[in-house]
Design a protein around this ligand. Structure first.
Ligand code: PLP
Length: 257
């Protein structure tokens, strides 16, 4: 069995963050490990508090894993602060980590800022060059590129811009545009369109976390990036189709359907 690591925040309600990542890893038959960057108090209705873990403790978690266990792939999610990001990037470089999937988490669907705006530049400069793939949604891509994105053509332009920042490939997620949800994968050579029908549900909590973890699990198992992304897109589509109406607000996807 392959070992896959998530570096991300804890979601007490279990739909996003570390919990979504570990469930996704389990559903893909890989052994999941976690470095927790922050603890959030949240449910289907919102995020109510965040406690960042200190960079020293994050570094110790990374040392504990990389000094002992072979890591086939790494997913990076919520990273909150400048020092947190610098610590993670330095450790991933030190250990020569590969198959890094970077989800540039910035704001929760409920509107809570999970990344300190002062750390946006650090995330771009430190994490994107390490990534085998980066998976921005449209609001995140707009922050990274400074562009307004309202069409598929604009998604392609943004994907090229983000690719130029150093990741080996970019998955531009189109779910924020009207109509069907088309994602575009750009690997520096061609644009691969990944269309899917829009699913009528309010339960989409943790979709970004789940998709990026599924990609990490798939590349960790040895799939090519194209195959890993295509399979992960299928997985998240089914997980949304069978999403769970727990709680009073935006429910989670179903990781084990
Ligand atoms: N909480 C944590 C710890 C996360 O990492 C994320 C997303 O990446 C979220 C919440 C946001 O989840 P969503 O925007 O899907 O509700």
């Amino acid at each position: 069995m392959k070992n896959v690591l998530t570096i991300a925040g804890s979601d007490s309600s279990g739909g996003a963050g570390i919990q979504a990542d570990l469930k996704t890893f389990a559903a893909h038959g890989v052994f999941g490990m976690s470095v927790i960057t922050a603890v959030t108090a949240q449910n289907t209705q919102g995020v109510f508090a965040v406690q960042d873990i200190t960079p020293a403790v994050i570094a110790k978690q990374l040392d504990a894993i990389f000094e002992d266990i072979e890591v086939a792939a790494v997913k990076i999610g919520m990273v909150s602060q400048v020092d947190t990001i610098k610590t993670i990037a330095a450790k991933l470089r030190e250990y020569g980590a590969s198959n890094i999937v970077a989800d540039p988490v910035m704001v929760s669907k409920s509107g809570y800022r999970l990344l300190n705006p002062a750390a946006e530049v650090t995330l771009i400069e430190e994490l994107l060059p390490l990534a085998a793939i980066v998976t921005p949604n449209i609001p995140e891509a707009e922050v990274i590129t400074g562009r307004t994105i309202t069409t598929l053509a604009a998604m392609e332009v943004a994907a090229r811009d983000i690719f130029a920042l150093g990741p080996k490939s970019v998955l531009m997620k189109g779910g924020h545009l009207d109509g069907d949800s088309t994602d575009i994968l750009f690997d520096g050579e061609e644009f691969i369109y990944l269309p899917s029908r829009r699913i009528a549900t309010k339960n989409t909590h943790g979709t970004g976390c789940t998709l990026s973890s599924a990609i990490a699990a798939n590349v960790g198992r040895g799939l090519s990036m194209r195959d890993a992304v295509a399979a992960a897109k299928e997985y998240i589509t089914v997980a949304i189709e069978h999403s769970l109406s727990i709680g009073k607000g935006v429910g989670p996807t179903n990781h084990f359907y």
